[in-house]
Design a protein around this ligand. Structure first.
Ligand code: GLU
Length: 495
């Protein structure tokens, strides 16, 4: 048997460090067994998937050195590797399940579903929605079918009993069938859900080991059922522990930078980022902290993953990055890295248009743009005291902006402007006053080029990290204040 693993990211938003973490373990596992590592793009969520996001996933994984053997941009024997190009395959498989009565067409409206759920709740039962709840009388089913009403295809899930799934690291995982909904497999627009597409693809792409994040454990019973219904051999499952914030919550962009682009912009070396990700729940046999990808691959043993939630700690990463800079790069190599990182022609071409009219000598250039190359800015309260709004109001502007910016899917100038302008109007603050604290937070000064251009150049995670840093500089927000602000923010119409 040839070992085949895969990474299956959805191209929505920035490339996540969690994706790189899972990719690293899949990569090492495949390489160690002389197998293949596949990249599949799971873009069935058409509204949120973008080509740009897909491209950045490719670029980021390549920057880290995690090259795949087959994928959308490389082709391979089992393509296409982009789910949006495989709709017909999923439709055929859904038909197959329908014909065997393992799935059913469900014409229930959203309103009916709400009523059914409410009725289960009232009855005091703690169970999911099942076929028996959803099935219509034959007459009603025919009526809706004949009038061409929209329908979804759902999975027939057992009403009772236990499902046991085997996990490489966790042993047997048990789940009660009564808590598992009659899962939607095909949506009313004919697109598959994650579950159908994922299982069909893993099978057709001959994936032997599914190594993925812990958040997918609850999907495993549905997947197991699908493999049984199709009469296919199920790949070995392995759910890795989730990366966590220092407060042990799931690593999320609301609290910590999660985009690989942030780590690039911050000036971490790919070797150090990979090394750090390799330390997440895993260790070398001799416990050494610093190791390369090749060394990790050579010593890899997935059984040495420990299940306690690994903490993604920026200070630790910086320390490790420092080791790599000091111990593993010559002066020449470091100079080359600096050029590649921030002084390359492409970066200069992005930055120069914004300062050309503002500088008189070339020596003005670095001071005028130094905030672009910095990490967190050295700010203090005085930096904000020149602004017209009171400090309390400025904190509110920063916090509300942060929440609004968190919601942006794309980081384009126009979208950022619309989000901030809309928020200023909702809060009834003049745009200029509203933007002033953001200027300080993101650029350290109000005397620079457009804050929007600065944010675009810095990227989403770096801009938001600086806003969080500014809020902390201004004394932070207590839990009580945060709760009140959150309530007010949620009462605003979302953009
Ligand atoms: N598309 C899923 C994700 O975004 C893939 C999960 C899996 O590996 O099965 O993570």
């Amino acid at each position: 048997m040839t070992v085949r693993t895969r990474i299956a990211p959805s191209p929505t938003g920035d490339p996540h460090v969690g994706t790189a973490y899972i990719a690293l373990f899949n990569y090492c596992f495949a390489r160690q067994h002389g197998g293949q590592f596949v990249l599949r793009i799971e873009d069935t969520d058409q509204a949120r998937s973008t080509e740009h996001s897909e491209q950045v996933i490719f670029d980021s994984l390549r920057w880290l050195g995690l090259e795949w053997d087959e994928g959308p941009d490389k082709g391979g024997e089992f393509g296409p590797y982009r789910q949006s190009e495989r709709s017909e395959i999923y439709r055929q498989h859904a038909e197959q399940l329908l014909a065997a009565d393992h799935a059913f067409k469900c014409y229930r409206t959203a309103e009916e579903l709400n009523e059914l759920r409410a009725a289960i709740k009232v009855s005091g039962e703690n169970r999911a929605l099942k076929y028996a709840d959803l099935v219509l009388s034959p007459d009603e089913q025919k009526k809706r079918e004949d009038s061409g009403e929209p329908f979804v295809v759902r999975l027939r899930v057992p009403d009772t009993g236990k499902c046991v799934v085997e996990d490489m690291l966790r042993g047997e995982i048990e789940l009660d069938w009564s808590t598992v909904d009659a899962q939607i497999l095909l949506k009313s627009d004919g697109m598959p859900t994650y579950h159908l597409a994922n299982v069909v693809d893993d099978h057709l792409m001959k994936i032997t080991h599914v190594i993925r994040g812990e958040e997918w454990i609850n999907s495993a019973p549905k997947h197991k059922l699908l493999y049984q219904y199709f009469n296919w051999k199920m790949p070995v499952l392995c759910h890795l522990p989730l990366l966590r914030n220092p407060d042990k919550s799931k690593l999320s962009k609301r609290k910590n930078p999660t985009s690989i682009l942030y780590y690039q912009r911050m000036g971490y070396l790919p070797e150090a980022v990979l090394n750090y990700l390799g330390r997440m729940g895993w260790s070398m046999p001799d416990e050494r902290e610093k190791f390369s990808l090749a060394e990790m691959q050579a010593e890899f043993d997935i059984k040495r993953v420990s299940l306690g939630g690994p903490i993604f700690d920026l200070e630790k990463l910086s320390w490790l990055n420092g080791l790599w800079i000091r111990e593993s790069l010559s002066v020449e190599q470091l100079a080359d890295r600096l050029i590649e990182w921030g002084l390359n022609r492409q970066r200069l071409l992005e930055v120069v248009p914004h300062v050309q009219t503002r500088i008189e000598t070339l020596s003005d250039f670095l001071p005028a743009t130094s905030f672009l190359g910095a990490g967190m800015l050295a700010l203090n309260e005085d930096d904000f005291s020149g602004n017209k709004l009171e400090l309390k109001e400025q904190i509110k502007v920063l916090q509300f902006s942060l929440w609004r910016l968190d919601q942006l899917l794309d980081w384009h100038r126009d979208d950022i402007f619309a989000a901030l302008k809309g928020l200023a109007e909702q809060l009834d603050v003049k745009l200029k006053l509203f933007l002033a604290p953001l200027f300080i937070a993101v650029t350290g000064t109000t005397a620079t080029f457009s804050i929007l251009d600065a944010m675009v150049l810095l990227g989403s995670d770096m801009s938001r990290a600086r806003i969080r840093h500014a809020i902390n500089t201004l004394g932070g927000v207590s839990k009580k204040q945060l709760k009140a602000m959150d309530k007010e923010f949620k009462s605003l119409p979302s953009e």
